[in-house]
Design a protein around this ligand. Structure first.
Ligand SMILES: Cc1cc2nc3c(=O)[nH]c(=O)nc-3n(C[C@H](O)[C@H](O)[C@H](O)COP(=O)(O)OP(=O)(O)OC[C@H]3O[C@@H](n4cnc5c(N)ncnc54)[C@H](O)[C@@H]3O)c2cc1C
Length: 508
């Protein structure tokens, strides 16, 4: 085998997958047909869930240094300021990163690309995937090399992170149903002056449509998307492009040993700045599963759960961004009236309420994504009402991990290369009885006033346990962490209980 995982595409999705596999010690190879990283900013918004993952990867600080916090969105209707929606801290009880970070896709790619060195990896540029042959136990991939010659390599798995025109998708014969939107859009990185509120997002709603101004680093620098406004003076434009937006989802995300992630699996309107972030989350979902299977710690069946979990997310996203997008681009008289007379007022009014703010934050930041219907999500009876459920991202809490000890950030304590067992109000069972060996970290939360208050905030009371998967989503939840129930859950998930581990899956 030349590599365990061949990653096709050095965009954000491929770079995230390569980093996640690299830090888990999986032998991976990442190729891209272009000669180097993309120079355009493209996506601008980095959401809280992505920053949480960046934090575990060790690149959040760099991203925060280079980006700008989006503290508010200003709504303008027919050129007049209408409302300001505070964005700065609306998620402060939900995430250590309670804001949207404005950071161009090029910077995200650079940070992740540089980080690959830590695992001895680098993108192999000018290298194009042109053929795939799926065989039992391996995939033979044909690569066109920088000098124009071709070579074949053998990989246990292929990850198609190769964008909307994915070669992996086409070579696997997977269809990509959907359609383009009728409008043609522009995107430009500019130096511009006008009434925009500096350092904040400015949303201009017109009878004929919309345009968005995202603040970029530097004086008067704005990323503009949409329809050109009349009362503006553009001094310089460093990048301009027009494009058609499609809404499509692949009919399946896996064909035997080949997977589709990011734009290769789904493309949608840019409403809510979800595109790049969703690709990064796809990679985070698949990486830990691939690592366990390649290392022989799980059966290949675990990989089926990638599509089971991520396809519903993509389909929901397509439906919601579609509706939101139609509202801002529809050119009917009624839609124009709604946009300019009603929309800004409704949004500004609704966002005064804490519950609406939190719901909006959870939705846009992707911290609210849950896999409750997944085969990996199991609930044992009698958890308190309203407490986190199996499939949810376990909430961000600040807890004391020793009696009278300091209050610490739970997310910093979790090891996202392993399962984490959180136990409250009772002693934990001995780690060796749970069958995960070194793949498990146990966190016992002492019964004390601060912890009780913090847990009550997320409706946890009394003795409970949560077994978190490496990606921080709840796998199994219940009252007593009986070893038999935990090992049964793990076996049903395809995890090989320690002591029963046999040869790595790649050899079978
Ligand atoms: C003009 C524009 C503006 C956008 N604005 C936003 C925005 O504001 N917010 C947002 O969230 N999203 C935005 N997007 C979407 C966002 O850019 C994508 O969702 C994101 O790039 C997806 O990342 P990816 O890694 O999945 O795919 P890509 O970034 O497309 O990367 C795929 C990579 O695969 C490589 N590749 C393709 N075929 C092969 C092959 N056969 N062999 C080897 N390599 C191959 C390509 O060279 C490319 O580098 C925008 C997109 C465009 C075009």
């Amino acid at each position: 085998m030349d590599t365990e995982v061949l990653i096709v595409g050095g965009g954000p999705t491929g770079l995230m997958l390569a980093n996640q596999l690299g830090r888990r010690g999986v032998r991976a190879m990442i190729i891209d047909r272009h000669s180097g990283p993309a120079q355009q900013t493209r996506a601008m918004a980095v959401h809280a869930r992505t920053l949480e993952i960046y934090s575990k990867l060790g690149i959040a600080e760099r991203a925060l240094e280079l980006g700008r916090r989006g503290n508010g969105a200003n709504m303008w209707t027919e050129g007049k300021w209408a409302a300001r929606i505070p964005l700065g801290d609306i998620g402060k009880s939900v995430s250590p990163f309670p804001f949207v970070l404005m950071l161009g896709q090029d910077d995200n790619e650079r940070i992740m690309g540089e980080h690959l060195r830590n695992w001895g990896l680098a993108v192999q540029w000018n290298t194009e995937l042109t053929g795939i042959k799926q065989e039992p136990g391996q995939v033979t991939a044909t690569l066109k090399q920088p000098d124009g010659s071709t070579r074949e390599i053998r990989a246990a798995y292929v990850a198609g992170c190769d964008g909307g025109h994915s070669a992996v998708r086409e070579l696997c014969g997977i269809t990509f149903p959907g359609a383009p939107y009728e409008h043609v859009f522009f995107v430009a990185d500019t130096e511009a002056t006008g009434p925009m509120v500096a350092e904040e997002l400015n949303v201009y709603l017109w009878r004929e449509g919309f345009h968005l101004f995202f603040p970029m680093h530097g004086k008067d620098r704005w990323r503009v998307i949409g329809i050109l406004p009349k009362k503006l003076d553009f001094k310089q434009c460093s990048w301009f492009s027009i494009y058609r937006i499609h809404h499509r989802a692949a009919q399946k995300f896996r064909d035997r040993r080949c997977f589709l992630l990011g734009d290769a699996a789904h493309v949608h309107s840019p409403a809510g700045g979800q595109g790049m972030n969703t690709g990064l989350q796809d990679a985070y979902n698949l990486a830990w599963k691939l690592a366990l299977v390649v290392d022989g710690d799980a059966d290949g069946a675990l990989l089926d759960t990638y599509e089971a979990e991520r396809m519903p997310v993509a389909q929901r996203l397509l439906a919601t961004t579609d509706r939101a997008f139609m509202l801002v681009v529809s050119d009917t008289w009624l839609a124009g009236l709604f946009r300019t007379r009603i929309l800004a007022r409704i949004v500004a009014f609704a966002m005064r309420f804490k519950r609406v703010q939190t719901l909006a934050f959870r939705t846009v930041s992707q911290t609210g994504i849950a896999y409750r219907e997944s085969p990996l999500s199991k609930m044992l009876p009698s958890l308190p009402d309203g407490a986190p459920r199996a499939g949810d991202r376990f909430p961000w809490l600040r807890l004391s991990f020793q009696a009278n000890g300091p209050v610490e950030d739970l997310f910093q304590k979790l090891d996202d290369t392993r399962y984490n067992l959180i136990v409250t109000g009772q002693p934990a069972p001995p780690g060796q009885a749970l069958g995960l060996g070194d793949l498990l970290r146990i966190h016992v939360i002492p019964d004390e006033a601060h912890n009780a208050r913090e847990l009550a905030r997320v409706r946890i009371s009394g003795p409970v346990f949560y077994l978190l998967r490496p990606d921080g989503h709840v796998g199994l939840a219940g009252i007593r962490p009986e070893p038999a129930a935990v090992t049964r859950y793990l076996s049903e998930s395809g995890i090989r209980i320690q002591g029963k581990k046999d040869e790595p899956a790649r050899n079978r």
